[in-house]
Design a binder for this molecule. Structure first.
Ligand code: ADP
Length: 215
């Protein structure tokens, strides 16, 4: 079986010749379908750099990142957005209904897929507590939703897209213990069909991850 994501010997430096900072040091990693990878490390260890590389937000590194058999640098940004989804508490939301925010930009969303994404992301519980449910207007950039609820919207979107890799950068930030516990359950549930990569300075995901990489 081929890994869905292969990172081979990547190194990343910032700065110029007279003042180089090494951000990633010969990192290699192979991730297969169904894996839940937790990437941990102290501040300055390169977590943000790695998440930016995985989300194709920066280049200029040495080594290889191969996704579904294709070198990341060869994949167009647009096609990569379909393969890899970023989940964030700061997801951009329109001042529209929760439903429209979830399905935005997607075609052929079936009710079955939508309901499944709502359930797996844990949004079903949130929607049940809102009088207007999925028809609730979220306000300017989702102002009526908490960070954790926006994260769930972001997970539901990622599930509806046909992404094979889901990357979460510092997902446990600003979540209380109960929400962290809930998030772990949600991520564990979706990791059987997606690759889940969590980059976090906290060790909250240590017990559910199938592999742990310390930078
Ligand atoms: P973390 O997210 O684990 O805190 P980062 O990836 O942000 O780590 O940073 C790794 C190293 O690279 C640190 O030494 C940091 O100072 C340096 N670094 C990060 N971004 C830049 C940048 N834009 N310019 C110069 N150095 C940077």
């Amino acid at each position: 079986m081929e890994p869905i994501l292969k990172i081979k010997n990547i190194e990343k430096y910032y700065g110029n010749k007279s003042n180089l900072t090494k951000a990633l040091n010969h990192l290699s990693l192979e991730v297969y379908k169904g894996e839940f990878v937790a990437i941990m490390g102290a501040s300055g260890s390169g977590k943000t750099t790695l998440s930016k590389i995985l989300l194709k937000l920066i280049d200029g590194y040495s080594g290889e990142v191969v996704v579904n058999g294709i070198e990341l640098e060869e994949i167009s940004e647009r096609s990569y957005r379909e393969q890899c989804a970023a989940v964030s508490q700061k997801v951009f939301l329109f001042n529209d209904t929760i439903y429209n925010n979830i399905v935005y930009g997607m075609t052929n969303v079936t009710l079955e897929h939508y309901e499944r994404a709502i359930r797996l992301s844990g949004l079903d519980v949130v929607l049940r507590l809102l009088p207007d449910g999925e028809k609730t207007i979220v306000g300017e950039n989702g102002s009526i939703l908490s960070g954790g609820e926006k994260q769930k919207v972001s997970i539901a979107r990622a599930l509806l897209k046909n992404a094979s890799v889901i990357v979460l950068d510092e997902p446990s930030n600003n979540l209380d213990k109960e929400s962290q516990f809930e998030l772990k359950k949600v991520l564990k549930g979706i990791s059987c069909e997606k690759i889940v990569i969590v980059i976090d300075h906290n060790d909250v995901f240590e017990d559910v991850a199938t592999s742990i990489i310390t930078l």
